[in-house]
Design a protein around this ligand. Structure first.
Ligand code: ADP
Ligand code: MG
Length: 323
């Protein structure tokens, strides 16, 4: 049973960044307006995430670590239909089987907080713990019981970069939430939570980018495309500045990458790629989620329609701005 857990954990928990992603998504699902992330040693030693969301009921707090405990939904296909980020009830189970977890939470209808600790998948008893509001999860010594996997991790500074990327990507599409990230006690990210994508982008890239953001927008039946790109578009030597979101999830997409390449082909000829934030809102029945849910590649049922709409949205602006 325990080995099965550890094996299953590998699917969800590849590295500290995967923990950060899962835990942040839980905080979003809990309705948080503030999420505070602290890392030590790239998250390998410690990941601590606090949120001011609705908290976990004391009757549930021990059970959130069990497999398929989800207060959310049922099937993987529903992933883009549902309103919550989590859906399989696997994350906390997987994380807690390969680390030492402390969970502190106060449910919004309770007058006190509780704490539970889990080590190598074993949950100890819950104790009363003074806590103002929300939930704090502390994940320590990731892969302490799976040395082979620990060895597979990169250096703390690289793992830290992966963690930061996860937080930044999510922060950009949840601008109504204030995100703070501290690494070894130094502030790494702070978004104001004012609801503006530009503000979150400025927090990640520096306020200078605000001078160069150009917005685009295109709406078709069942499809809405909007976003920003930075002009001058000659920004990065790789496609790492391509931020694609479908129904508020960060995704990778060859189709969208090639569309952006095509729209900006004249600038890309010089070997530089744009920084672009592309948001797609589409009817969930018009996409297939046919790959590993944590990797988030998706297939649009009508690829040409999506490609053309994105192309139109951006090229329209490029022409009118004479860029
Ligand atoms: P999932 O998110 O797929 O439901 P998880 O293993 O990530 O599964 O979480 C299990 C359950 O624990 C969630 O369904 C939720 O009820 C509860 N939970 C986890 N984190 C939080 C949080 N930060 N605030 C409130 N509830 C939480
Ligand atoms: Mg979850």
């Amino acid at each position: 049973e325990e080995i099965a857990h550890i094996l299953a954990a590998g699917e969800v928990v590849e590295r500290p960044a995967s923990c950060v992603k899962e835990v942040i998504e839980n905080s979003i699902d809990a309705g948080a307006s503030f999420i505070d992330i602290k890392l030590e040693k790239g998250g390998i030693k410690k990941i601590e995430v606090y949120d001011n969301g609705k908290g976990i009921h004391p009757e549930d707090i021990k059970y959130v670590f069990e497999r398929h405990t989800t207060s959310k939904i049922k099937t993987v296909d529903d992933i883009f239909k549902i309103k919550t980020m989590g859906f399989r009830g696997e994350a906390l189970c997987a994380i807690s089987s390969v680390s030492k977890v402390t969970l502190i939470s106060r449910h919004y209808q309770q007058d006190q907080g509780y704490m539970v600790k889990v080590e190598g998948g074993k949950v100890n008893s819950k104790t009363v713990y003074p806590f103002e509001k929300g939930t704090k999860i502390i994940i320590e010594d990731l892969f302490f019981n799976t040395p082979a996997r620990l060895k597979f991790l990169k250096s703390p500074s690289v793992e830290q970069k992966y963690c930061a990327e996860v937080a930044e990507k999510i922060a950009i599409c949840y601008p109504e939430i204030s995100f703070r990230m501290q690494v070894d006690n130094k502030r790494q990210l702070f978004t104001p939570g004012d609801g503006k994508v530009e503000s979150a982008v400025a927090s990640v890239f520096g306020t200078d980018i605000l001078k160069s953001l150009i917005d685009f927008h295109q709406e078709e039946p069942g499809l809405k495309v909007w976003g920003y790109f930075a002009n001058p578009v000659l920004s990065k030597s790789t496609r790492s500045g391509y931020y694609f979101y479908v129904n508020r999830r960060f995704i990778r997409s060859k189709l969208l990458s090639s569309c952006i390449d095509e729209v900006f082909k004249n600038s890309i000829l010089t070997g530089r790629f744009p920084i672009i934030f592309l948001f797609i809102e589409i009817d969930p029945s018009d996409i297939d989620v046919n790959v590993h849910p944590t990797k988030l590649e998706i297939k649009f049922k009508d690829e040409r329609f999506v490609y053309n709409t994105v192309y139109k949205a951006i090229s329209k602006v490029l022409q009118s701005e004479k860029i």
